[in-house]
Design a protein. Structure first.
Lengths: 377, 377
């Protein structure tokens, strides 16, 4: 053991085989079940993409209708979960609340003890529908607004905006969120998905795996990055500063700029392409391209100075802000999307399971270090 | 990517360096910070062992007194968490409840947003004290018994038994549980600890990491194994069967016997040695060695037939049952102990962090699979 060399962060190490997501970091390719993300962002919906992730193929019209009906029917939630949302302080962070409420969901799920393929699929519908509901419900509750009943006629993206804002969302806003959900739906063994698979590989249930994944997504190095990007945009705007000068100063102080670079992509993150476009389009539609303009200037400067590309987080910040979404809901919305990928990975893990249990390179005190009695220490 | 070969389950792959735990699977060695587990089981306490895991050395008398006082002072819990324990159905599994309540703890933790070394240590005291309390409190509540206030004069093991049973535990029972807690306190990158580190490596907070770890521990391939062992012992006893014949029949039906074999140990699990002895001693003290005798016969037969050694789970089943502990509390008690190791690993991860993000070997549909319109599917 002591001769082994640690691959810190498992960079480049293959942890499992999977048929869900293929990424070519050098060519900037992201694909779900072999289909390019650009095609899906252009033509697909979150519902169809989730079907693709879970079942391995695009649905025909009847399959999509059945899927949509099932997801919509899952938009009910135990009153006990709503009690929890009402009982926590209004300043609790939405990610803490989402992690806790998702764990609580399992207690009221009739399939909890069943981790068969079919039960996992049934629970995946409920988790997908209800994670979105929890995010919207808690935001209403913490703001002292009445909660909004789910509307079964709306799409997943549309219903989320409806339950969040209490008004029927525009087609532009719904489609923009729908595309953002497609883009964030899966990304191979990112840290939260890998956490979900490590947990599921003990044959723990899908709620345990997803609760752990939400915890991982909460970290600033994962889901928290677009919040940090938006905080930077706000800070520059508030200071009335020139964005290039501001970022130059940050670099001089050895500070990092969130939303740039990626462990896997060595070229443009293909998701950034769509989010940049959406940030611009939504800004123009709203008559306010301030956040887009700021973002673009920062992107150009960071690219020039550091040879770093904008990643998925960078333009999602201005996109979500232009959609009127609070900054601390960015990461929860990431979860609203990524649950589709987490579920696909847990189903795949349980279908052909092996415990995930690596080793550590031991660098501590030599064995055997003698045990000394307390009087002799 | 497509040429890579997946190391399924990351078996033998080094995922990180660590100075906490050293295992030699061939020689049957387990050590914490270089000190052999046999020494710790004989001479140490859970408090002292936890100090060792967190701070890297055995405490002197003053350090141990301060540590014990800090841990004891952390035996207070938000009434909101107790409300949750009262609100869930009495047939909710203790592991679901523990996972949810641990996640909820973070909402009432003043240090939640602070993942500095010192804040992590402060939160580790609270998590260690309060996970034990949650397990005991929920067991009382689900049985309709009044909850028991923590007793600051008792040790961690003693206070747990006191809060669980409502009577002062015997010295024998307290010491037996204390040893079990020492034996289970850490085990390098086992699945739950690895899950905790994957989550913590996004710089998510320690409550997120521990909540995920509890989810992983819940799986039948991890913490659930000693429950399965006890169910087997009950089944054999109920059937009045000969244990060797019973197990022979199970092997003929290609069934697995829980509590045997280990991913890392190729000889006797050093923890099994102590649990076997405790199972025997507690049985003799209680005037009932039925579970120990049954276990011993099964162990000998499995060893002879399959060349498999008993692991930590096998004799913990009869040990806990002889201590009067319900079968569905075995895994929660594993968490009551393992939190000390989880905390040590999260602290170590945050002290020198790198995102844990491996890759998958893609085995799905070829890229690019064309996107077809819905009418053409």
């Amino acid at each position: 053991m002591s001769t082994a060399v640690a691959t810190k962060g498992l960079e480049g190490i293959v942890a499992t085989s999977s048929s869900i997501c293929w990424i070519d970091g050098d060519a900037g390719v992201l694909s779900y079940r072999g289909i390019d993300i650009h095609q899906l962002a252009k033509h697909s919906t979150f519902e169809e993409t989730t079907y693709l992730l879970w079942f391995g193929k695009l649905p025909n019209a009847a399959e999509l209708a059945a899927f949509t009906a099932e997801l919509s029917a899952a938009r009910t939630i135990s009153p006990k979960v709503i009690d929890l949302l009402r009982s926590v302080p209004t300043d609790a962070t939405p990610m803490q609340v989402l992690r806790t409420a998702t764990s609580l969901l399992s207690i009221y799920d009739a399939d909890e003890a069943d981790s068969s393929h079919d039960a996992n699929v049934r629970k995946s519908y409920r988790l997908t529908a209800q994670i979105a509901m929890i995010v919207a419900l808690f935001d209403r509750i913490r703001k002292g607004k009445p909660v909004v009943e789910a509307d079964p006629t709306l799409t997943h993206a549309g219903n989320f905006l409806w339950m969040l804002n209490g008004e029927k969302p525009s087609e532009t806003a719904t489609r923009a969120l729908d595309i953002a959900l497609i883009l964030h739906a899966d990304h191979e063994l990112n840290a939260s998905t890998f956490a979900a698979r490590v947990i599921a590989a003990t044959l723990a249930d899908i709620h345990s795996a997803v609760t752990g994944a939400i915890g991982a997504l909460k970290g600033p190095l994962h889901g928290g990055a677009n919040e940090a990007t938006m905080r930077l945009l706000y800070a520059i705007d508030k200071a009335g500063a020139d964005p290039v000068e501001y970022v130059k100063q940050m670099f001089a102080e050895k500070k990092k700029i969130s939303g740039f670079g990626h462990r896997v992509y060595h070229t443009e993150d293909p998701r950034a392409t769509h989010l940049r476009r959406m940030s611009e389009e939504l800004g123009k539609a709203a008559g306010n391209t301030k956040w887009f303009d700021l973002s673009q200037k920062i992107e150009a400067f960071v690219k020039q100075e550091k040879k770093l590309n904008a990643n998925v987080d960078f333009y999602s910040a201005s996109t979500y802000t232009t959609l009127g979404i609070d900054i601390d809901l960015f990461t929860p919305i990431f979860a609203v999307s990524r649950i589709s990928g987490w579920a696909a990975h847990v189903i795949e893990q349980h279908d052909d399971n092996r415990l995930i249990r690596p080793r550590a390179e031991y660098v501590g005190p030599a064995y055997p270090t003698p045990y000394t009695r307390i009087g002799q220490r």
